[in-house]
Design a binder for this molecule. Structure first.
Ligand SMILES: *Cc1c(COP(=O)(O)O)cnc(C)c1O
Length: 377
């Protein structure tokens, strides 16, 4: 089936009792058992919940995977993946991953005996060179936040296969609509469903998708054993949201292409970072491994005061963290999402104090452009 058909139908069936077309919210902590040792496959809410199971099957289908396992946040999903390794193991990570991923690995998991190498994965040779005897996982994020650098997924997957390493891709920025890491040969796709998958800025959630049965068994076990499960209501909200994921992503993409074009034409930004621009250094790779370029754009306004003026004067854009919702957001990575990265490190990757990040929403593009135009006047 096509993506939109799966988005609307996969994992869901009309309710057997009433015929309700929409999956009910099974808001229950426990289930009646028929007799000792006999039940309907549902024993306890943390372990089994039908709303959650429908959501997991739905997103697994969209990511072209067999198995989906949902969590109460993207970071809870990332944490669950750390149960694929143990003390003494080594993990290779894209150097400018989501800040929370960096914090989880360096400030928490390191204390449990894991060793992390932070690598510029835009060049695959750096992955190869970082492999050690005890390397077990390669954790990639592409495109990255906020500089929108890409990693070649097919190439990285090949290196991982040749070296018996599990490859993981944080696919949050592209959503399953524009990029499918499993189809590129990677083992695991992970999402913060808080962002594009839910898309309405009203849920925190995460999900892991894989075709690897052993990985799935382990993650499923950990989901129950650690217990960071999403609520039935949150699952229901995300399940409602995936039905419109295709149309939302098309509009995010169209709006972002026009918005990036405006930023360049107006000459107000010294640099515009967007994989859809022909002068993005990895534009060819973007066209090869993504079906669209997404809704995230960063632009350097050259001087901090000009950036501040923009952030202060916009009316349609909202100043805030997060991304991927229907409403457009604007943020200042240097003082918000990336404040914990030392200034020197930030500037090395182009993340200057005058860099502004846009999450382009679904408003009328004319209004978004007019908003920035008048804010800068
Ligand atoms: C937000 C985000 C996360 C973390 O997800 P939460 O749902 O906030 O826990 C991980 N990766 C990326 C790329 C994100 O944008």
């Amino acid at each position: 089936m096509g993506f939109s058909t799966d988005a609307i139908h996969a994992g869901q069936h009309p309710d057997e009792v009433t015929g309700a077309v929409i999956t009910p919210i099974y808001q229950t902590s426990t289930y009646a058992q028929q007799e000792l040792g006999r039940n309907k496959g549902y024993e306890y809410g943390r372990t089994h919940n039908l709303t959650r199971q429908c959501l997991e099957a739905n997103i697994a289908a969209l990511e072209k995977g067999k198995y989906g396992v949902a969590f109460s946040s993207g970071l809870a999903a990332t944490h669950a993946l750390m149960s694929l390794v143990k003390a003494g193991d080594h993990v290779i990570v894209t150097n400018n991953v989501y800040g929370g991923t960096f914090r989880l690995f360096e400030l928490i998991m390191k204390d449990y005996g894991l060793d992390f190498s932070w690598v510029d994965t835009t060049d695959l040779r750096n992955i190869k060179n970082a492999i050690k005897q005890n390397t077990k996982l390669v954790y990639l994020e592409t495109p990255t936040n906020p500089m929108l650098y890409l990693t070649d997924l097919e190439g990285a997957a090949r290196i991982c296969r040749e070296n018996n390493l599990i490859s993981i891709v944080d696919n949050t920025f592209m959503s399953p609509y524009f990029q499918n890491p499993l189809s590129s040969g990677c083992d695991i796709a992970i999402h913060s469903s808080t962002k594009y998958i839910n898309g309405h800025s009203d849920v925190i959630g995460g999900i892991i998708v894989t075709n690897n049965e052993k990985v799935h068994e382990r993650i499923r076990y950990v989901q129950n054993a650690i217990g960071a499960v999403p609520s039935p209501f949150d699952c229901w909200l995300i399940l409602r949201s995936t039905k419109t994921l295709a149309v939302r992503m098309e509009r995010h993409n169209q709006n972002a292409i026009k918005f990036a074009g405006y930023l360049i034409k107006s000459g107000m930004a010294a640099k515009v970072y967007y994989p859809g621009l022909p002068d993005h250094p990895q534009h060819e790779l973007a066209k090869k491994q993504m079906r669209g370029f997404g809704g995230m754009i960063s632009a350097d306004f050259e001087d901090v005061e000009r950036a501040k003026m923009l952030l202060k004067n916009v009316r349609v854009f909202t100043l805030g963290e997060s991304l991927g919702g229907v409403e457009s957001l604007i943020s200042h990575p240097a003082s918000m999402t990336h404040a914990s990265v030392p200034k020197e490190e930030r500037e090395k990757m182009g993340l200057t104090d005058s860099l502004v990040r846009f999450s382009i929403g679904l408003e009328d593009i004319e209004d978004l452009i007019e908003d920035v135009h008048s804010a800068m006047k």
